[in-house]
Design a protein around this ligand. Structure first.
Ligand code: COI
Length: 443
């Protein structure tokens, strides 16, 4: 059991608290490079401030309410035949739902032990959540499209401010791995990430529906929208997803390591289409291909990833050296499967039990040293396209790609499994539900 010793939740009289430090607000500047975010002094509610003490009563009112989970199918059905009335209605659903979902997670932070709550990375996320909660709970009901447009601008700002959340959480968790069990840290991280996906889906869907509505070429009856309903595509094509992710991951290795990476071949029912949020499946496939390509290169030409040779020389040396990665697509009655098979040597038996952990002590801390100044922590790409903008530097491994991919796969009721043949290679199985009838997986 966590002990409720977090400094932010002390039930002490406001008269006895240490005077709060100067207020600070966390903002990201649009003029900056996307790879860095600045934390500017201006937060409204610091951990020990009297305001914060009273805010907890308000938090109780929200954290005691249950959330209303949705299915992909509900989002699709709702987004068909858009009307202003429907957009305003969904705007209000998102407006009431976001602060409740955030309040539950703020409470999780407060239930962490004192020492964990004082970690600068984690308290930065805690402050971001409070700031967002305060903003969201004060938004008045949305009555018109104009008010909905303003509401969308607010959520767009929050989505951008929160791009730092995952790297910050990941670093905080690794730094705190001595103070909580791996199970506790993983449970905390899984819940945080599922909830974050859920909030971002609601926010992004509202923004996208609103943009659809304002788009002069948009067909309200969905007859000519390329299967797009907000951020959902009812026409995701397995082959196109594979081609896009293969191109991006291969480019990544070409650019950063100057190496001609292994080919990615696709077979099976490649023309399969399904309804899904493309960003979600692309995240998973991108991560799996990145792992596969890296391990194939490491096994078959170990010097390449560590050498500082000029890219053109390496390119010549490595071309055609590698066994390909094969992705097999299968469309069953209720699910779609992607099997990603590589000959990268597999996962050593001693590491295999920890591949799903965010917090295991085998996670490499030395990689993170350059970001110990938490205001320099990079943002995390919201879409795979943004990886190309170097949002997370290629040499920074947070060690969360696989567990994060599992969270994404399970989010709409699917799954991710890895089978390793130690010494030969890995088969990764992604299962995506076809029917869209599973509610968001938030536990
Ligand atoms: C997040 O990205 O963590 C959010 O909570 C975004 C939401 C406030 C719009």
């Amino acid at each position: 059991q966590y002990t409720s010793l977090h400094p932010n939740f002390r039930t002490i009289s406001p008269n006895h608290v240490t005077p709060p430090p100067p207020p600070t607000t966390i903002t990201s500047s649009t003029t900056q490079s996307l790879s860095q975010v600045s934390v500017k002094p201006n937060i409204q509610y610091r951990a020990y401030s009297p305001q914060h003490f009273y805010q907890n009563r308000i938090l109780d009112q929200y954290a005691s309410q249950s959330i209303n989970p949705i299915t992909l199918r509900q989002l699709i059905v709702f987004g068909r035949n858009l009307t202003e009335e429907r957009i305003v209605k969904s705007g209000n659903y998102v407006r009431t739902e976001l602060p409740i979902r955030l309040a539950h997670r703020i409470r999780d932070f407060q239930n962490l032990p004192f020492i964990v709550g004082t970690n600068p990375h984690l308290s930065m996320v805690y402050d971001l959540y409070w700031t967002a909660f305060e903003k969201l709970r004060k938004i008045p009901p949305v009555r018109t499209m104009e008010e909905n447009n303003e509401w969308c601008e607010t959520i767009k700002g929050l989505l951008k401010d929160h791009l730092v959340v995952i790297p910050q959480l990941a670093m905080g968790i690794i730094e705190c791995s001595e103070h909580l069990s791996v199970e506790q840290l993983d449970r905390f991280m899984n819940t945080m990430l599922r909830s974050r996906i859920s909030r971002r889906v609601l926010a992004e869907q509202q923004i996208a529906l609103t943009e659809n509505w304002h788009d002069p070429g948009y067909a309200y009856d969905q007859s000519d929208n390329d299967g797009l309903i907000g951020v959902i595509s009812t026409n995701c094509n397995a082959k196109e997803i594979m081609e896009k992710c293969a191109k991006m991951t291969r480019n990544f290795f070409k650019t950063y390591y100057g190496v001609e990476p292994p080919q990615v071949l696709t077979d099976g029912q490649v023309d399969t289409t399904f309804a899904y949020i493309p960003d979600h499946i692309e995240y998973i496939i991108y991560e799996l291909l990145k792992n596969s390509i890296k391990s194939v290169i490491e096994k078959h030409a170990p010097s390449i990833l560590s050498t500082s040779q000029s890219p053109s020389k390496q390119m010549l040396e490595s071309s055609q050296l590698f066994p390909p990665i094969t992705v097999t697509i299968c469309s069953g009655p209720t699910d779609i499967y992607f099997r990603v098979s590589d000959q990268g040597g597999g996962i050593p038996d001693k590491l295999y039990p920890y591949i799903w952990s965010f917090a295991h002590k085998s996670n490499d801390k030395k990689n993170l040293n350059k970001f110990t100044n938490f205001s320099k922590v990079p943002q995390m790409a919201a879409k795979v396209e943004e990886y190309e903008q170097h949002i997370i530097p290629p040499d920074l491994s947070l060690g969360i790609g696989l567990p994060m991919s599992k969270v994404y796969a399970e989010y709409w009721g699917g799954g991710l499994n890895i089978f390793s043949l130690d010494g030969y290679g890995v088969d990764a199985y992604v299962k995506i539900t076809k029917l869209g009838n599973k509610t968001e997986n938030l536990v």
